[in-house]
Design a protein around this ligand. Structure first.
Ligand code: NAG
Ligand code: NAG
Ligand code: NAG
Length: 378
């Protein structure tokens, strides 16, 4: 082989290497923005801290089939047929695995999920004092902050930089507070629940910021009035423009408004951090306004439920119970999975709106948050 051939081979090799590198790099040319995520919340975010024996009342069969049937092909104690928004977040960030639940004792390679099904924003003592603690999950969002502290202390070599480098994902929290107090409306009106719950959530986020968190995404409440459970319990004339329970949706709307004001104040006090609001309400509303445009033919019927009718929901024979051991044939066409929690298909649509929907569903936009992380300046 002559000199000229060797030189041209080298050139070819260099070109091939350059093309291969370009193909492997993401479109932006940047490495994955976050390598670690810490998640918090309730059953909409819990990836396995709960079990059937510990889960919330009436939804006590999360460890049984057909939970998990679509994606994991077994129950992982997620309240869905497959992945949740936080799982799609892990995929979006190209983490090597989904977040392990805190109670699973898995190692913290990609972060930890502290969310617990049934968790409240307000501390458990409040419900206990008001005799509302029967069958209520004892963990609140503040319990999850204490777990986070324990985790940091136990984790050898964890540092302030690691906290500053991580993404903090605060899933919806507060819906259970309204649900648990619904039978005590005269003594604990929704307005009091709202004031207390939002105060707890903002104190929690403040706690994250004080521990050095620089990137935080906080979800609002969904349209709780569109859940089959609410539709079944409410009066038939209590309906809004998307045919859901008007009074319950108004409650979630008011909660989110107050939460937004709280986040606004936190941003003012912590200008060196990004505190984004993921607008679950707007995402859910977009789907309920035009389900077909998002691939859904069943906005109201429960996929894994019983009783038939408009909602296919029976509080005394819920998904996973001996009476309900199968789901609908096509979960991807249903918004709702078990009467309260969403199908994987719905979680995927909502996640797509959060990550790719610009300012419409996340403010600041998720892409802006990633860009600021890539530049290293929140
Ligand atoms: C809770 O129940 C106890 C015992 O039945 C009763 O004495 C107490 O007044 C109740 N508290 C409230 C806030 O209802
Ligand atoms: C339609 O209903 C939703 C949910 O209750 C509400 O948030 C929204 O403001 C309503 N839109 C109009 C135009 O009334
Ligand atoms: C599901 O329940 C039905 C009726 O209760 C029963 O006949 C059937 O064997 C059950 N299937 C499984 C897989 O457990």
């Amino acid at each position: 082989m002559g000199m000229a051939t060797t030189a041209s081979n080298r050139l070819l090799l260099a070109i091939v290497a350059a093309v291969a590198a370009a193909a492997a790099a993401p479109a932006s040319g940047a490495p994955p923005a976050f390598r670690r995520v810490y998640a918090f919340g309730d059953s909409f975010t819990d990836t396995g801290n709960t079990r059937s024996t510990t889960g919330p009342y009436s939804f006590g069969y999360v460890s049984s089939p057909p939970y998990g049937a679509t994606f994991f092909h077994r129950s992982t104690n997620r309240y869905s047929d497959g992945r949740l928004v936080v799982d799609f977040l892990a995929e979006e960030l190209r983490l090597p695995s989904y977040l392990p639940p805190y109670l699973s004792a898995a190692s913290d390679g990609v972060g930890v999920n502290f969310a617990v099904a049934g968790a409240t924003a307000i501390e458990h003592d409040f419900f206990a004092r008001n005799n509302l603690s029967i069958d209520i999950t004892p963990q609140s969002i503040m319990t999850q902050l204490a777990w986070f502290d324990d985790h940091l202390h136990l984790k050898a070599g964890s540092s302030k930089e690691e906290v500053a480098d991580a993404l903090f994902w605060v899933g919806e929290i507060g819906a259970n507070d309204y649900a648990y107090t619904v039978i005590a409306r005269d003594t604990i009106p929704p307005k009091l629940v709202r004031n207390m719950a939002v105060q707890r959530v903002t104190t929690f986020v403040q706690g994250l910021l004080e521990r050095g968190a620089k990137y935080v995404v906080v979800q609002g409440l969904p349209l709780t009035g569109c859940l089959p459970l609410a539709m079944t319990l409410a009066r038939a004339d209590d309906r809004d423009n998307v045919s859901c329970v008007a009074s319950v949706n108004r409650q979630s709307y008011a909660h989110n408004r107050r939460l937004l004001a709280g986040l606004h104040e936190l941003r003012r006090r912590h200008p060196a951090a990004v505190v984004a609001y993921a607008d679950y309400y707007a995402a859910h509303l977009a789907v309920m306004r035009s389900p077909a445009a998002h691939g859904f033919t069943e906005p109201f019927r429960t996929c894994c439920g019983s009783g038939g009718g408009a909602y296919n929901f029976d509080l005394f024979a819920t998904c996973g119970s001996p009476e309900v051991n199968t789901s609908c044939a096509q979960p991807a066409r249903y918004v709702n999975w078990d009467g309260v929690h969403m199908t994987e298909a719905m979680y995927k649509v909502v996640a797509g709106m959060f990550f790719k929907g610009g300012h419409a569903y996340c403010r600041p936009a998720f892409s802006d948050l990633l860009a600021r992380k890539a530049q290293g300046k929140p």
